[in-house]
Design a protein around this ligand. Structure first.
Ligand code: SAM
Ligand code: SF4
Length: 324
């Protein structure tokens, strides 16, 4: 699907729940969250229906996220079903990794291609503090099992926050040097709880790394690496990536649409509009009409996110609600 600015949109990012088993300080408040009632969540059949229509329009890659996607019961079954669609080349998962050890075998059997694990610190006590109670041991076991189970690529997503974890940048680089794990530094975005913390730009992160290591640009053979700029340090096993939505807007290369857990098709992480596909499906709309609406929604994708403009994200959803 080509949008109004000529971008090829082939990627659906799907949130399957707004619930989470952690409370990362920059993502979720500790208390007082109005989670969606079950009947408001898209069912797996409804999600599959939208992916199938998307696939017929040119979607070839799907990422499952949340909230914490592994807290949604039966997730491997959804992945398995999506994998039956011939046009879908890749199904990936973004998770905090806590439940990976429980589900990794089922996920691999279901055909999961890649897993991104969010891990902002390598220190036990700090992990507990930053996630409000998480046990890093569970995540580490999940990472090892994913590598042993033959998942094609394991990536760590790291958000560096001033005075929280900015002293661990080189520890993560060393982890990628010693293990076949890619790490990606993602800039903190001013969404929800994120507004209360001080971000560290990826230019600053790079500067810190380059004081100690050479960063050799990695030129991707295919485009599946997305908006990240990747580098290697000499002799490292994994890559070091930078995703810089705030300091280096990469919207001109954006290839994704988002589907929230309540069934809104969103053209951008930070934008005022969305299309209520759940209502349309539950009102009995047929596939042909849905397909037209999805295609029109894709076409109208905005050229840039609204973080630095006056764009008011009217329903002011947070990352765990939209699907990060
Ligand atoms: N629970 C899963 C996880 O943590 O990987 C999936 C959902 S979580 C919302 C997806 C990603 O969003 C995580 O990597 C998290 O670090 C990131 N995230 C959450 N709030 C953010 C913010 N304000 N700015 C940048 N990234 C954020
Ligand atoms: Fe949960 Fe992921 Fe948000 Fe942390 S970043 S609170 S794990 S949704």
């Amino acid at each position: 699907m080509i949008d109004q600015f000529g971008r090829n949109i082939n990627y659906f990012r799907i949130s399957v729940t707004d619930q989470c088993n952690l409370r990362c300080i920059y993502c979720m408040p500790d208390k007082g969250i109005d989670f969606l009632q079950e009947e408001k969540l898209l069912s797996f059949d409804e999600i599959y229906r939208i992916v199938k229509i998307g696939a017929s329009l040119g979607i070839s890659k799907v990422r499952i996220t949340g909230g914490e996607p592994l807290t949604r019961e039966g997730l491997p079954k959804l992945i398995q079903k999506i994998k039956t669609l011939p046009q879908i080349e890749e199904v990936c998962l973004t998770t905090n990794g806590i439940l990976l050890e429980k589900y990794i075998d089922e996920l691999i059997k279901a055909g999961l291609d890649r897993v991104n694990i969010s891990l902002d610190t390598l220190q036990h006590e700090r992990y507990k503090q930053m996630t409000r109670g998480g046990n890093i041991e569970e995540v580490i076991r999940g990472i090892k099992l994913s590598l042993d189970g033959g998942i094609k690529r394991v990536r760590l997503n790291i958000v560096i926050i001033k005075e929280e974890n900015d002293d661990e940048i080189m520890d993560f680089v060393e982890l990628a040097e010693k293990n076949p794990i890619d790490i990606r530094f993602i800039e903190l975005m001013p969404i929800g709880e994120g507004k209360q913390f001080k971000s560290v730009s990826n230019d600053e992160v790079k500067e810190i790394i380059m004081k100690e290591r050479e960063l050799i640009p990695y030129i991707a053979k295919n485009k599946s690496l997305g908006p990240a700029a990747y580098f290697k340090t000499p002799n490292s096993k994994g890559m070091v990536g930078f995703i810089s939505p705030m300091s280096h807007i990469f919207c001109s290369q954006c290839n994704r649409m988002r589907l929230t857990s309540e069934g809104f098709l969103r053209q951008c992480l930070h934008w005022k509009d969305g299309i209520d596909l759940r209502k349309m499906m539950r009102d009995g709309m047929e596939d042909k009409q849905l397909k037209k609406i999805i295609a029109k929604g894709v076409y109208k994708k905005p050229n840039e996110h609204g973080f630095k403009k006056d764009c008011i994200d009217e329903d002011s959803k947070r990352m765990f609600q939209i699907g990060g």
